[in-house]
Design a protein around this ligand. Structure first.
Ligand code: ADP
Ligand code: MG
Length: 235
C-alpha cells in the first residue's frame, strides 16, 4: 500500500549547522505520528520541509505517491496538507470568524456555515465575533487548528499544537485531533513537549537528536529505549 506521506533521505543545513540529516519515515492515513526530540533537534525544520516553507538540500517527500519535494507552500496546501506553526499565525485585528472565512476564500458557497462548523469543531463557537488578538494563547492554537482544517486536509502537520495550553486543554485538543485521524483517516504528524500527551495519543513516535532519527516505534518501545532515555528524557 502507498503511504500517505513518504519521506526519504531528507536533509537541511543552515550554514555549518546540519539541522536535519538523512531523515526517512512513512506515515499512513489515520495514523498519529509524533516527532519528538530536544530543542534544536530539527523538528521545526522537518515541518518546514514538509510544508514547503524550507527547501530541502537533499531527499524526497511524497504525498500519496506524488512527489511534492520543494513545492511552494500554497501548492502543498492545495494538495490537502494542513499545518499549524510553532508560533501561531493568525490575523489579530480580524475576528475569529473572519480569520476562518479568509482561509476558506477559495470556496464560493456556504462559507459562513463552514466557518460555524469549523469553529464548533475546535470549541471556539462562542468566540466567533471576537478579534483574534484578544484570544488566550490556547484559543489561538484552536483557531490555528480551525484554519489548518479549512482545507479538509488528508495530512495535518502540527508543530507544537498544544504549547502554552493547560493540561486539560492539551488533552481535549489531542482528543479532537485523534478523532479526526480515526473518523476521517487524516494522517497527523505532530510535535509535543509533554511526554504524557505524546505517550497517551501517538500511535508511533519518531525521535530526533541533533538532526538524526535515533529511534522509531510504538510508545511502549520508545519509553523503554535506553538511547532515547539518555538523550531525551535526560537519564
Ligand atoms: P526544533 O524545532 O527541534 O527545536 P529546529 O528545526 O528549529 O529545531 O532547529 C534545528 C537547528 O537548526 C537548530 O540548531 C537551529 O538553530 C537551526 N536553524 C533552524 N532554522 C534556522 C534558520 N532559518 N537559520 C539558521 N539556523 C536555523
Ligand atoms: Mg521547533
Amino acid at each position: 500500500m502507498t503511504a500517505l506521506l513518504d519521506v526519504r533521505g531528507l536533509s537541511k543545513s543552515f550554514g555549518g549547522v546540519e539541522a536535519v540529516r538523512d531523515v526517512s519515515f512513512a506515515l499512513a492515513a489515520g495514523e498519529l505520528l509524533a516527532l519528538i526530540g530536544p530543542n534544536g533537534a530539527g523538528k521545526s525544520t522537518c515541518f518546514g520541509m514538509l510544508g514547503g516553507q524550507v527547501r530541502p538540500d537533499a531527499g524526497r517527500v511524497r504525498l500519496a505517491g506524488a512527489d511534492i519535494t520543494g513545492l511552494k507552500p500554497r501548492r502543498i496546501w492545495a494538495r490537502g496538507v494542513g499545518r499549524t506553526f510553532q508560533t501561531a499565525e493568525t490575523f489579530a485585528s480580524m475576528t475569529v470568524a473572519e480569520n476562518v472565512e479568509t482561509a476558506l476564500h477559495g470556496r464560493t458557497a456556504a462559507r459562513s456555515a463552514e466557518t460555524r462548523r469549523l469553529l464548533g469543531l475546535v470549541g471556539l463557537a462562542a468566540a466567533a465575533g471576537r478579534p483574534a488578538g484578544t484570544l488566550s494563547y490556547g484559543d489561538v492554537k484552536r483557531l490555528e487548528l480551525a484554519l489548518a482544517l479549512s482545507n479538509t486536509p488528508r495530512l495535518l502537520l502540527m508543530d507544537e499544537p498544544t504549547a502554552g495550553m493547560a493540561a486539560a486543554e492539551r488533552t481535549a485538543l489531542m482528543q479532537l485531533v485523534a478523532g479526526l485521524a480515526r473518523e476521517r483517516q487524516v494522517g497527523v504528524l505532530f510535535t509535543e513537549h509533554d511526554m504524557d500527551v505524546v505517550f497517551a495519543h501517538a500511535d508511533r513516535i519518531l525521535v530526533l537528536d541533533r538532526g538524526l532519527l535515533i529511534a522509531e516505534g510504538p510508545p511502549e518501545a520508545i519509553r523503554a529505549d535506553p538511547q532515547v532515555r539518555a538523550v531525551y528524557l535526560g537519564e
